[in-house]
Design a protein around this ligand. Structure first.
Ligand code: MG
Length: 158
């Protein structure tokens, strides 16, 4: 078995949808980035790549590549899952924390879990998503951006 850790942060800006875990969340700001800037999916993707010793997201999906402009990060997770399987591993579980002063994410977490479990092809019970604020400290606390942390466990397939 192997573990992987992922971290990501994106800036909150006007004029962008807020996508977290593949789910659009009603808010007056969205995350800025080359793809859909889904900070939660990016943290999970990095954790998966880390677990199988396959580098990081930026290496596999460069933000200079027009192919990934505006792309759903769930598509990136699908590609990463294929890579994990090619390397002979299967995903056991995901645990993640989204750091956001606002909006309140709790009501949206069940939808995020459903979307992520579907794309990662594991049971919803194997996907845990948490949300926290930083009590107004730091860039997340000031509402300048959102951050996410994720850990995954993978096991040798078969
Ligand atoms: Mg990112």
């Amino acid at each position: 078995m192997r573990v992987g850790l992922g971290y990501d942060a994106h800036r909150l800006v006007p004029g962008r949808p807020l996508i977290l875990g593949g789910v659009e969340i009603p808010y007056h700001l969205g995350l800025k980035g080359h793809s859909d800037a889904d900070v939660l999916s990016h943290a999970i993707g990095d954790a998966l790549l880390g677990a199988v010793g396959a580098g990081d997201l930026g290496q596999h999906f460069p933000d200079t590549d027009p192919a990934y402009q505006g792309i759903s990060s769930l598509v990136l997770l699908e590609k990463i899952l294929s890579l994990v399987r090619e390397r002979g591993y299967q995903l056991v579980n995901v645990d993640a924390t989204v750091v956001a002063q606002a909006p309140t994410l709790k009501p949206h977490i069940p939808r995020m879990i459903a979307a992520l479990a579907q794309v990662l092809q594991i049971a919803p019970q194997a996907v845990n998503i948490k949300a926290t604020t930083t009590e107004r400290m730091g860039f997340t606390g000031r509402g300048e951006g959102l951050a996410a942390y994720a850990v995954v466990l993978v096991d040798q397939a078969g």
